[in-house]
Design a protein around this ligand. Sequence first.
Ligand SMILES: [Zn+2]
Length: 83
Amino acid sequence: MYTSVCKHCHKVFKSRIRTACCNDCRSTDENCFDDIVEYLRRFPNSNAVQIAEELGISAYVVLKFLEEGRLELSRGTFSRLED
Ligand SMILES: [Zn+2]
């Protein structure tokens, strides 16, 4: 079991797979993901900050999708934020 922190509600939860989304936020997560994919289709050269601002979500959420391996950005200039 993995202990993770939900990227949406920041709740700590346990899960079988490594994920950054708790069960309560599943549908939020799916909607978020669809919005990002759609946005990148229209604006392929966007970075995490632009996506986040445009969709009204946090850049952290966008980067988490990358970390989870759900968002693949082979094209364009999508860049990771320096921390
Ligand atoms: Zn959550």
